[in-house]
Write a protein that binds this ligand. Structure first.
Ligand code: GCV
Length: 823
């Protein structure tokens, strides 16, 4: 019997709690674990499965199981169904699809053993991870479980550029590329593939859909092949985003017309070349005729002709082509009330249904606009009856807080997956349509834009990893509930103590409604600044430009009229039953009513509130809820490791402050636009707040902030006399008592300004504004809050902030708020 040498080192290195282990955190558990691992056969994924089981059992028990290749008692048996049938003649196994697996308890010499089998090596690996998951969830002896994936395509896309930056990545640099090359050390790429495999993901597109053509150059492909090698043991197939003009840009042709035989030959030769280097290459992803990318329209050809060009080249090798359905005109005329970006995906692709090759699929975003905090389901999903599709979900939180805000997206995804589009008046939930089940398509599935990066914990926020995990689990089984996933993720990531599970999963479950609550209401989209960082509030950035995210607001009302009767006709793209519901204001659900209709601020919602009062109430309630997130997290002090406790606490405290920025921006803007006051008197009134521009200023100059709603009173003060510091001060006018003092300042990404808050001669807090928020301007992206709790104040105490500018950071201040302390 051999032993799994080397694992002790491996496991002990992994002990530092950086979040790197994610949910594969194998810590001591009570119970009996198999004493040997029996490996039947030699597929690389089965080898990986065996190593994983060793690693897990060593972590759980401190003991290394032995390794043998014949069946024995008290063992864990890994092998394909073919090998298992040879070793156990007469055994009856259920029908399993590719990648599906069976976990079964078998009796060997009177002692139970565990059998993990699948038709293919990758499925055995998935079975091994499922067994580990079962163990970590409590039961050492697995219940009999046969599990098949919902669909064959379960991929992630990474939007990594060859220079190492990641488009819409919020967790450091690329783990694949740097300096226009593939990184020398691909250990982390392998670790990423392991994480992906553990939740059933079988493909990864490693470069940005806004593709650099160089990725397909002959000199570059051998480098990319190294990434495929790192992925291979984990059954993750590499795919590449292609640039449609490649035959011209890197191929030396004078055309990229999809019908030109030289172009056809070029793609065929390119595919052949790739498969020589990467025999298990998964295929291409293509973004064409979208957001400035070239496409078939250059030659008057269709999307189907473009897709089929690449699909045919891949076909002899078993590869697939995924064509992005995210095609729209970003120079649309906003003056034309009939124009509507939401119509674009359907208008572009529905007429081509049936013309796409069988080894291709259209990758459709869940909503018709672009990953907003809430959108209706894209009508294109119900319109592809003779074309394969995959549902594109965004794990990276581009419009949902960029991993600085906690926003567990599984809840939103579940609403999409379970939504019944009523195609042909029958039950047709999105999960069945996307998987290809409804119309018996050969391909289908889900693709998640993950954008994991070089940050130790992969996504920047330890809790954001619940989204990556949930994506994988849902792509395997879309019937799982968001809550069950949150609980299993928590118990694996932080521990199965009931207090931990209920606190963390409770926070996760409350986070998306809270985020939506303080950002864009009633289906208006996130209302973030769409022209810049897609992060903080920027309401009117959506209006009067070609991007088409219009909300059509004026003093009377707000919302896009998308009805067939009087609007853009978008609603007519839905199957009849759904269209009927959305066409009627009365039947439209509150949460989407302003996506479908233009309505006065005084319109009464189903909730019984007017639109305007709903906006005020939901924003105050959600910002209040966000204040409670760090307090709820505090319950885990001492129950989880101090490193992740502190890292998450920091993000939740930041989020609590930024939720107030959002609340105030949205409420102030709606108040000004509608002229209708908040029935509860909150909007526009800020008790305890002193505007910086109203303080005694020493060196600070008053500045207008753009957009105005991103700063209290529309103004801030900035210190522009570096290297000298500036100061802003005021005399406290309240009664003696204990107060919390919040300083709202701007942390721009252009230097590390320093601040000092004092009362009289006493310095309460000093801090450096050194976060990396996505702007160099004073606005809602950079507005940040620093709070000091429980400060004793007397009437006329002087509260003073000293700001020391640095580089382009002018130590700008918005206001100070003093509130009675409940700490
Ligand atoms: C990769 C949005 C994002 C872009 C992204 C695009 C897409 O517009 O802001 O960064 O480009 O979607 O999905 O292609």
């Amino acid at each position: 019997m051999k032993f799994a040498a080397g694992l002790i080192v491996l496991v002990s290195i992994a002990r530092a709690e950086t979040g790197q282990e994610a949910w594969l955190r194998y810590r001591p558990l009570r119970g009996h674990f198999p004493s040997v691992v029996v490996k039947l056969g030699n597929a690389p994924e089965i080898d990986a499965a065996q190593r994983e089981i060793w690693r897990a059992i060593f972590g759980f028990s401190g003991k290394l199981p032995g390794e043998i290749d014949t069946l024995a008692s008290d063992s864990l048996v890994l092998g394909t169904t073919g090998e298992v049938k040879r070793a156990l003649p007469g055994i009856v196994l259920p029908e399993l699809r590719a990648d599906g697996f069976l976990l079964r308890q078998i009796d060997r010499e009177g002692r139970p053993s565990v059998l993990i089998t699948s038709p293919n090596g990758r499925g055995v690996l998935y079975g091994a991870f499922a067994w580990i998951r079962n163990v970590m969830d409590g039961g050492v002896v697995p219940p009999v479980e046969a599990s098949n994936p919902a669909a064959p395509i379960r991929w992630v896309n990474q939007w990594d550029n060859l220079d190492g930056a990641i488009e819409r990545g919020y967790a450091g640099r690329s783990i694949f590329f740097e300096n226009n090359n593939v990184v020398a050390d691909l250990t982390r790429a392998g670790e990423y593939a392991r994480l992906l495999a553990s939740v059933g993901i079988n493909g990864c597109t490693v470069n940005n859909v806004n593709a650099n053509p160089r990725v397909l150059a002959s000199e570059f492909l051998p480098r990319v092949a190294r990434i495929a090698e790192a992925f291979r043991p984990w059954g993750v197939r590499l795919s590449l985003s292609a640039d449609f003009a490649s035959p011209k840009t890197i191929g030396g042709l004078d055309t990229f017309d999809p019908l030109d035989t030289r172009v056809i030959d070029w793609w065929q030769a390119k595919a052949d070349e790739i498969y020589k280097l990467i025999p298990d290459f998964a295929g291409f992803v293509l973004k064409a005729d979208s957001e400035g990318r070239v496409g078939p329209s250059t030659y008057g050809r269709t999307h189907a002709q473009a897709a089929n060009l690449l699909a045919h080249a891949l076909k002899p090798h078993g590869g697939i082509l995924i064509y992005r359905g995210f095609v729209y005109d970003h120079h649309a005329d906003w003056r034309n009330l009939k124009n509507d970006r939401a119509r674009a995906a359907y208008d572009n692709f529905q007429p081509l249904d049936g013309q796409f090759a069988e080894n291709s699929a259209i990758q459709v975003k869940p909503g018709p606009i672009d990953f907003q905090a809430r959108e209706p389901v894209s009508p294109l999903i119900g319109a592809l009856k003779n074309t394969n599709q995959t549902l594109e979900l965004q794990i990276t939180q581009e419009y949902t807080g960029q991993q600085r805000h906690l926003c567990y997206l599984a809840l939103m995804w579940k609403q999409v997956l379970d939504f019944d589009l009523r195609v042909d008046n029958g039950r047709t939930p999105v999960k069945d349509l996307a998987a290809g089940r409804t119309f018996r398509r050969p391909l289908g599935g889900m693709v998640g834009v993950a954008n994991a990066g070089s940050d130790a914990n992969w996504l920047g926020h330890d809790l954001a990893m619940a989204n990556l995990y949930a994506f994988g689990r849902l792509s395997w089984d879309p019937d799982l509930s968001a809550e069950a996933i949150a609980e299993e993720w928590t118990s694996q990531t932080f521990g199965s103590d009931k207090r931990i599970v209920s606190t963390v999963s409770g926070l996760l479950m409350d986070s998306w409604p809270t985020y939506e609550g303080y950002t864009g209401p009633l289906g208006l989209g996130t209302l973030t600044d769409i022209l810049h960082g897609h992060y903080g509030p920027g309401i009117e950035s959506a209006e009067r430009n070609g991007w088409g995210q219009w909300i059509r607001a004026d003093h009377e009302g707000i919302g896009m009229d998308r009805t067939v009767a009087t609007g853009t006709g978008y609603i007519g793209q839905y199957p009849a039953e759904v269209a009927r519901r959305y066409e009627s204001v009365k039947e439209s659900p509150d949460e989407l009513v302003l996506f479908m209709h233009h309505l006065p601020y005084t319109h009464l919602l189903h909730s019984g509130k007017t639109i305007i009062q709903h906006v005020y109430d939901s924003h105050y309630a959600a910002a209040e809820e966000a204040q409670r997130f760090p307090i709820r997290w505090r319950a885990l002090d001492g129950l989880i490791d101090p490193e992740r406790f502190a890292a998450v606490m920091k993000r939740l405290e930041y989020q609590a402050g930024h939720a107030i920025v959002w609340r105030d921006a949205i409420c102030s803007w709606f108040l000004r636009e509608s002229g209708i006051p908040d029935a509860q008197g909150r909007a526009g009134h800020f008790p305890g707040r002193t505007e910086a521009e109203a303080m005694d200023l020493d060196g600070y100059a008053i500045k207008d902030v753009t957009p105005w709603e991103d700063a209290s009173g529309g103004k801030a003060v900035a210190c522009e006399r570096a290297p000298k510091s500036c100061a802003a001060s005021f005399a406290f006018q309240g009664a003696a008592g204990r107060y919390d003092i919040a300083v709202q300042y701007f942390d721009v990404n252009a230097g590390d300004a320093r601040f000092k808050l004092s009362v009289g001669q006493q310095v309460l807090q000093a801090w450096t504004a050194n976060d990396h928020l996505p702007t160099t301007a004073l606005n809602g992206d950079s507005s940040t809050r620093q709070t000091v709790l429980g400060v004793k104040l007397q009437p006329n105490d002087v509260i003073r902030i000293e700001g020391s500018p640095d580089g382009g950071d002018s130590a700008a201040i918005d206001y100070v708020e003093v509130k009675e302390s409940h700490d």
